[in-house]
Design a protein around this ligand. Structure first.
Ligand code: FAD
Length: 438
């Protein structure tokens, strides 16, 4: 599948100039035009108007995960809340979760202020019980949310079926679903385009086809561009997430794993009536290896999930084979029921930056003090990457770490290198699916 199969790419209507070659000087160069890079560029221009900011994109605007996501604006960080509490303690887990709630709300503020219509709906999010242990897992999450005073509602079967009627919800004792009220869905293509326009309106320069080959040391930082030319900048922001290893940044710490999604044909009235889903909530299921899905504005089901895939050598290009989508087709049919007659029209995949402890990384690099890294969202990046632009601007302008949160750190924990990694990543995923089935 190719990135261009993503329906969101159809909505990207901003053409970037090609990098002109030669030497360009800037106060700040941002590498990567995903949500992380665009938000950093925008906030650098908002906090200090007139600053010269250049965004360098190896491919096309929003080429990476940002134009291929499910568009679910969700609170929380990678691992589930009880796991984060066990590892980081209650106070830190609460602070992180609250920061992500603010990030979700900030997406609304930022898009309103910047006049970005990205079809944002604050629909809330459902976590539904799946499998025999599903209700128990949801009860544990609900208890953790309750213990920390975080917003949520539990739903019984009747309440869930008034909201959404699925084939897959497991029986048993405990909640059928949780509702997270501070969450939403949006159109990632419109978001990327709107952010790029906002950066340009404030004088930011964005270039496509500008693959940065290396990051120089010292100040100004020299960034050679593939095909000729270079950019010299006083400060650099690296917002390349899954692609960072190829720049020699966060090597072995932020690794690329591929997520997959399917998109159905628009649902007809009969199909929608059967499902309910008037609130168009984003949905995730309760498993360790979970599925997630939502309804698009044009009534298609966008369905993602399954085991994240690590490819040999940390490859970040698209899968050549359609077979990788077969298990997901089975999950789609099982979730909605074969008889609903959903027809898949598109499928695509995209690489995300995965971190062993599932927390992002936002800080200056020890090895390159003029360089700030931002990324490693572990698949939950829409809200946090939008919010991170302000944090990045604060770090560049010399403010202390913006808050006492564990993700303001220079490096993530080291993941084993190849060939161990190639065995360990699928083995972990397999182990988690097995636990889900048991
Ligand atoms: C299938 C899928 C579903 C997802 N669903 C959700 C979801 O529902 N909710 C959610 O919160 N998150 C989701 N995510 C994750 C989310 O999309 C990302 O976390 C978010 O978009 C932030 O991305 P980013 O800007 O850090 O990285 P990216 O969007 O990957 O941007 C990195 C950019 O850097 C560019 N680049 C790389 N190397 C270089 C170089 N050397 N020189 C110049 N440019 C370079 C790349 O071309 C790319 O455009 C999903 C991701 C995928 C793939």
């Amino acid at each position: 599948m190719r990135a261009s199969d993503s329906i969101w790419r159809d909505a990207i209507d901003v053409d970037l100039a090609r990098h002109p070659g030669g030497s360009i000087d800037a106060d700040v160069a941002v590498i990567g035009s995903g949500l992380g890079g665009l938000s950093a560029a925008l906030h650098l221009l908002l906090t200090r108007p007139g600053r010269s900011v250049v965004v360098l994109e190896a491919s096309q605007l929003g080429h990476g995960a940002s134009s291929r996501s499910a568009g679910m604006l969700t609170p929380g960080v990678g691992q589930n809340l009880p796991g984060i509490i066990r590892r980081a303690g209650k106070a830190s887990a609460k602070a992180m979760y609250e920061a992500t709630l603010h990030a979700v709300e900030y997406a609304g503020e930022l898009t309103r202020e910047q006049d970005i219509d990205c079809q944002l709906r604050m629909s809330g999010q459902l976590a539904i019980a799946h499998g025999r242990s599903g209700r128990h897992r949801l009860a544990v999450v609900a208890a953790a949310l309750g213990q920390l005073g975080l917003p949520h509602e539990t739903m019984n079967d009747a309440q869930l079926s008034e909201t959404l009627r699925l084939a897959v919800v497991a029986g048993g004792r405990g909640p059928a679903a949780l509702r997270l009220p501070i969450a939403g869905v949006l159109n990632p293509g419109l978001l990327v385009s709107g952010l790029a326009r906002a950066v340009m309106r404030r004088g930011g320069r964005l270039y496509s086809g500008a693959r940065v080959l290396a990051i120089g040391r010292g100040r100004p930082v020299h960034l050679p561009i593939a095909g000729g030319g270079e950019v010299r900048a006083r400060d650099v922001v690296v917002a390349t997430s899954a692609y960072s290893e190829s720049l020699g940044v966060q090597r072995g710490r932020v690794i690329p794993v591929h997520l997959r999604v399917l998109l159905t044909a628009p649902l007809d009235d009969r199909q929608l009536d059967r499902l309910g889903w008037a609130g168009r909530e984003g949905v995730i299921d309760s498993r360790r290896i979970f599925n997630y899905f939502r309804l698009t504005e044009d009534r298609r089901v966008l369905f993602g999930g399954g085991v994240p895939i690590y490819r040999k050598g940390g490859a970040t290009d698209e899968h050549g084979s359609r077979d990788v989508f077969d298990p997901l087709r089975g999950e789609l049919a099982a979730t909605f029921g074969e008889d609903l007659g959903l027809r898949v029209e598109r499928a695509w995949s995209g690489p995300i930056g995965y971190v062993l402890d599932t927390l992002p990384v936002i800080q200056r690099l020890h090895t390159h003090p003029s360089v700030v890294f931002v990324g490693g969202w572990c698949g939950h990046g829409i809200a946090l990457s939008l919010r991170s632009g302000k944090w990045v601007a604060d770090i560049i302008d010399g403010a202390a770490a913006p808050a006492d949160l564990p993700w303001f750190r220079a490096a993530a924990p080291l993941v084993p290198f190849e060939p161990v990694r190639r065995i360990a990543v699928p083995a972990c995923s397999w182990g988690m699916s097995l636990l889900d089935r048991l």
